[in-house]
Design a binder for this molecule. Structure first.
Ligand code: ZN
Length: 244
């Protein structure tokens, strides 16, 4: 395994080109902000990829050199080609980490990995959100306080139609009375998947130090492990069974 964790930050990168309010917050795109801070962290090397590049910036070479893929999408999930989704799915089952951000709950790859609709309630009023750390001993909680307060967010509320996470690291509270499972860990094949709720495009959430800490921690948690490659199918006994 490489000593550095190779991250590809994928962004749909449409809002930032067309919406002045988003452009004001993320003039070069969310992917540049995320990759930018990740590249200041030891042992992490981040690159970017976006929807409108050939193969969405995810050709076979890029995918094979990606240890952890981070995914942000919103208005163009349907434009992501099924063949690229197939390749990402295979890479996850083979051990690549996948970190799914905010509105990417509806991305093709997340819905395929979950097998459910991944639907939820939402409201955009700019209220605050308090994410409580449920698992203080989890690697993704490294360096955090008991909760993270994000001053202005889009609300996502339960029910969030996902399978029960293997580990639920964060639950969100909102002033409107809703809650949401905001930090969900899954194992799929040899790979790890982390869904993280915050990250609405009109608020500067990816600049917030605690959010950056979560994403850095998630990259380290989701990075591939050099565990055994399982064999399947017919299996000869390891012990001598002939003396039966
Ligand atoms: Zn949003």
């Amino acid at each position: 395994m490489n000593s550095e964790i190779r991250v590809t930050v994928w962004n749909e990168f449409r809002h930032e080109k067309t919406d002045e309010a988003v452009k004001a917050v993320y003039p070069k795109g969310m992917h540049e902000v995320i990759a930018g801070f990740l590249n200041t962290r030891p042992g992490i090397k981040a690159r970017t990829a976006t929807l409108d590049e050939p193969d969405h910036g995810l050709n076979d070479e890029v995918l094979s050199q990606t240890d952890v893929l981070m995914w942000w999408g919103h208005v163009a999930h349907h434009e992501v080609s099924d063949s690229v989704v197939d390749k990402i799915h295979k890479r996850v089952l083979d051990g690549m980490g996948l970190i799914v951000l905010h509105s990417a709950h509806f991305s093709k790859i997340f819905r395929r990995l979950m097998g459910t609709t991944c639907d939820l309630k939402w409201r955009e009023m700019g209220e605050n959100e308090r994410l409580w750390v449920l698992e203080p001993g989890h690697p993704i909680a490294q360096g955090l306080g008991e909760y993270i307060d994000i001053p202005r967010v889009e609300m996502y509320g339960e029910r969030f139609d996902i399978p029960a996470p293997d580990t639920l690291v964060f639950v969100s509270w909102y002033p409107g009375g809703e809650i949401f499972r905001s930090g969900c860990c899954y194992h799929r094949g040899r790979g790890k998947v982390f869904y993280f709720r915050p990250g609405h495009e009109t608020f500067p959430i990816f600049y917030q130090p605690e959010v950056q800490q979560v994403l850095e921690n998630a990259v380290r948690w989701a990075a591939p492990v050099q565990g055994p490659v399982p064999t399947f199918g017919y299996w000869k006994p390891i012990e001598d069974l002939s003396r039966g």
